[in-house]
Design a protein around this ligand. Structure first.
Ligand code: CO8
Length: 382
């Protein structure tokens, strides 16, 4: 049984605004595959003798058609395109900034935060807490959230959270609890997903999966909201189950282990098939159980803002919940143009697809992925 948090406390909590920052640059499957295949040609030429001797495996080409069919991804937005498509580099090129400059991750977080604050009609003085929650932070400390807090002129406190794909929903859970508990009037939750530096662009199985983005949300009490677009959080539910099937071993201990801190196992890698098979039934059961806590059936929910890793996963999960194929309005897809944006995927879907809600309509926001971790919120339009 999942743990569902929906306190009997009288404070009603709302999401009163959401923000989205989309990078200007993008990379299509065709561009990505062309550079990957150039890299493969170089690799196979350089290793021709070892390949002939059987000690090194020849690398096969990637295919744009395979990527679109297996994942639904056609393109992805990227923070820095430069370097990503260079077959001799295979990594974005991002210049180092000094300690006195705003870090790249804080910068994109601020873009999304400002958008969310504007949509919720909030000024810095209205906000008591900032949570920056994502798959990776650019540094260990000081927290990116505290840097963002400083830049936006917010008093109170901030902290970073890492829960991979569920970092966004888990941070919304914490914000909900803070508002309920009265420890913050209003919380700014930001998900600056700078994923591209962690992609192994030399890995055919995963080079196409991720993109960059930043999302943000304002969580506050129904009594303080100045927004005309409020979604009440009726309850939250979370589930984690340890798995190494999606993993990044990148970390500071590599320095003491005398290993390459950027080796293939330090970057994102996964057993994609296993993830697919194991996560889909877990997520579908979790969601069905969560809405049942509110005596809701699948037909009562207008929209499913699902994690955006793979279109076939989303269709399968929605099918398990609904008992039929979902239509694109019920379970919107953004991964075709954003790719997998780790914790931000379901929040981009919410940001882009909620304007048609009328008072009383229900929606379900859910993330699922590395950990494994699943996080959901039952929302109702006020
Ligand atoms: N081009 C051409 N062919 C390919 C390619 C390619 N790029 N890649 C694989 N193939 C081939 C394989 O070699 C295989 O060939 P064969 O049958 O001859 O052996 C065939 O295609 C089928 O391969 P797969 O079985 O691997 O392909 P699938 O159909 O399973 O599709 C997917 C692969 C798309 C990866 C799929 O398994 C999937 O999406 N699984 C779920 C993945 C998922 O949800 N992962 C979660 C991601 S983690 C996350 O969301 C956040 C993590 C934290 C952020 C990290 C930031 C960097």
């Amino acid at each position: 049984m999942n743990f569902v948090y929906g306190s009997k406390d009288m404070t009603r909590v709302v999401i009163s605004g959401s923000g989205l920052w989309t990078p200007e640059q993008s990379v299509t499957n065709e561009e990505l595959v062309a550079s990957y295949n150039e890299y493969v040609d170089l690799f196979n030429q350089e290793n021709a003798d070892a390949i002939a001797a059987g000690s090194v495996a020849e690398k096969p080409y990637s295919s744009a058609e395979f990527i679109a069919k297996a994942s639904g991804i056609k393109s992805r937005y990227v923070y820095a395109k430069e370097g990503m498509l260079d077959p001799k580099r295979m990594c974005p090129m991002i210049s180092e900034r000094g300690d006195e400059e705003v870090s790249q991750q804080a910068e994109i977080a601020i873009y999304a935060a400002r958008d969310a604050m504007a949509s919720a009609n909030k000024s810095a003085a209205d906000i008591d807490a900032v949570i920056v929650s994502c798959a990776y932070t650019q540094r260990a400390y000081p927290a990116i959230a505290i840097e963002v807090q400083e830049q936006l002129g917010i008093e109170g406190f901030g902290f970073d959270m890492l829960v991979a794909c569920s970092a966004g929903t888990f941070a919304l859970h914490r914000a909900y609890e803070m508002v309920k508990a009265g420890t913050a009037r209003s919380v700014l939750v930001i998900n600056p997903e700078l994923t591209t530096p962690q992609i192994n662009l030399c890995d055919r199985d995963s080079h196409f999966i991720f993109g960059d983005v930043a999302t943000a949300m304002i969580v506050e009490s129904v009594e303080t909201t100045q927004s005309s677009d409020n979604f009440e959080v009726l309850s939250t539910s979370a589930l984690t189950k340890f798995s190494s099937n999606i993993r990044s071993n990148f970390g500071y201990v590599s320095r003491a282990q005398d290993v390459d801190p950027f080796g293939a196992d330090k970057l994102f890698h996964q057993e994609g098939r296993k993830v697919f098979k194991e996560v889909c039934p877990m997520a579908a059961a979790h969601i069905s159980e969560h809405i049942a806590q509110h005596q809701l059936g699948a037909a009562d929910v207008k929209r499913w803002w699902l994690h955006q890793a793979n279109i076939n996963m989303n269709v399968l999960i929605a099918k398990k919940i609904l008992g039929r194929d979902p239509n694109i309005t019920e379970a919107p897809i953004v991964l075709d143009r954003y790719a997998n944006t780790a914790s931000a995927g379901s929040l981009i879907a919410f940001n882009l697809y909620h304007d048609d809600f009328e008072a009383g309509d229900y929606g379900l926001l859910c993330s699922f992925g590395a950990g494994y971790s699943i996080g959901s919120l039952v929302l109702q339009k006020l």
